[in-house]
Design a protein. Sequence first.
Lengths: 231, 498
Amino acid sequence: MKLDPRTKLFMILVVSLIVMMSATTPFLWAIRLSITLIPIVLLILEKKYASALRFLLAYSTALVLTFFFLSAESEGIVASLLIGYCGIVVQFMPALITAWYVVRTTKIGEFMSCMQKMHIPDGIAVSLAVVMRFFPTIKEEYSSINDAMRMRGVMLGGGNVLKMVEFRMIPLLFSCVNIGEELSAAAITRGLGGEVKRSSVVELKLGIADYILMTFLAAATVIFVVFKYFL
Amino acid sequence: MSIIELENINFQYKGSRDGSLRDVNIKIEEGQTVLLCGASGSGKTSIIRLINGLIPHYYSGELEGEVTVDGHDIKKTELHELAGTVGTVFQNPRSQFFSVDTDGEIVFGPENIGLEPKEIKARMNDVVAEMNLEEILGRSIFDLSGGQKQRIACASVAALLPKIILLDEPSSNLDFDSIELLRGIITEWKRQGKTIIISEHRLWYLKDAVDHVFYIENGQIAKEWSGEEFTSLNEDEVKSYKLRPIVLEEELIRQIRGDCESSVCEIKDAIELQNFYFSYKKKPYLLLKKRFKESDGDLLNLNISELRIPKGKVIGLVGPNGTGKSTFLRCLCGLERDCKGRIVSDGVTYKGRQRLKLCYMVMQDVNHQLFTDSVRSEVMLSMKEDDEERCDELLKMLGLTEHKDTHPMALSGGQKQRVAIASALASDAHVLLFDEPTSGLDYSHMEKVAELLQRLASSGASVIVSTHDPELISECCDYVLGLNHGKVVYLKENRKER
């Protein structure tokens, strides 16, 4: 299924909003869970079964733990670690997985065209596009560095946590800076940054799926807010 | 009037002496194809950057003299104004793409200058047809081979219909067949009457295309040839300029393409590889991963049941792009955990992670494997027990003693490579693997690497080098190992030049 980038952006907004406002009643939890299911369903439609499954497992484990094994009275180091883990997974993972889905399925061209339709200035649109483009690059660089670390047997930094981070970050930063510099030189020679208004080949059109999803998201937000704050 | 004029150019980068220019005067007529050759750091790239305006607008430094390109005074012209006039294909395909998908990349330039979508689509169709890109449309940049990336880069430049096209070492990361395709693209541009300027170390693929050649040395134009003069230079003259050969021998071409008769020669003193099977198309069972077998046949990206690698020799690993050379190296040194191959050396069997201790790979981008803040600690990091003496010995052997306390990232590319080699030796690895160590190197740097590989081998290590570089093979490889579709086609002795 192909969604319009505008729908996707709206989805990120709604998912993060609803997930961040704490649900207090079972009904609010129901809304929150159904919103969380959307990115999972979308991932399955995109045939990304492994990521969908992994996310589903992590999320449901965290939920089960929070509801049945942890409470405000939990004590001890294990419980506090678990609370931390579950809190992060339940609060942030849904937004994260939605963002990941959007980055993976949106082409830069579509994104730029979407930004233009929403009358976002070129400068902001280009910067955001570069960020999107950089995710896969960082991933690629990071995995090469990881390989090198395994080869040299310094995965654990000789038991030193600081070194472990340093060994990963320093080469990563160096190569990202280099790639970034070459990348912008290449983009500028092809006319990026001129005064001319950019045009776009991609023609965006909202389809039925977009309208249904947007309506659903908007309705969910309204109901959530009304039930949480006004009733 | 000439389309490109550089008059009395003096240039120096801010904070660096490398690549500075002195008294450069160049005139290029419309429709000419011009080659810039010379050692790394001699200033070729700086000249390219002067013509596309990146100097002085992006890379700053002290610039004297006049640069005029198609009537524009470069100093006073904004970079984006040049977009429709000058197009540049850069050396590294990895860092010149703005989009993540191929289609988006081709239309990126025309979109920037605000053309009508209809016009852009028409241009895109033209370019795609011209360069036969149908099969790689709609793909992610990250799934393309180096050669395919470079073709997309050419297409994205051509879509702006520039009069002048600059190529900065475009063949560095390409195999033989991709270079042939690149040659085709350049010939087509020449036929269309474009002015083409190429900075390049590999010369053989350009010999019929060039009209004029500038030889650059220490930032000065040391020599000029016309196209005919250049092609008629004999071997010794080419060598005396420290250039790579202009003519490639048939034998070498066949070798580098992995296009030789299938045969594996007998090796006496050897390291044995057994059961090296691997596939990227994972076929996992529900919970466990499938163990690959020889009978998986075409599914496998690497399929070697047995191979004897000569000890103490340099072995050149050849074959076209995407044929499994890198996969072979990665499996051999144990980076691919799903490959369950075994290595037998001196009667000891190394499996799984033990392979990581026996082998050491010097990666193509050595930046990824340098972690610490000084050359000395980089070497120490590889040692099981710190041994100052051995460290000094290694640094001396690799000519790094004076850089002992320098930060590895402050070194030049070649020096970084030697630091990586030093740490490989410090880890007591018996099998040293090199992934394209000479891509993008000029002749004299390539010679140095060749000499070093020889020295490593004579100290007892097996050195396996994956390469597209015919000169490197003829300089230093004792054996040539040809791969095709993950299988060993041949392993044979190589007659070296010296």
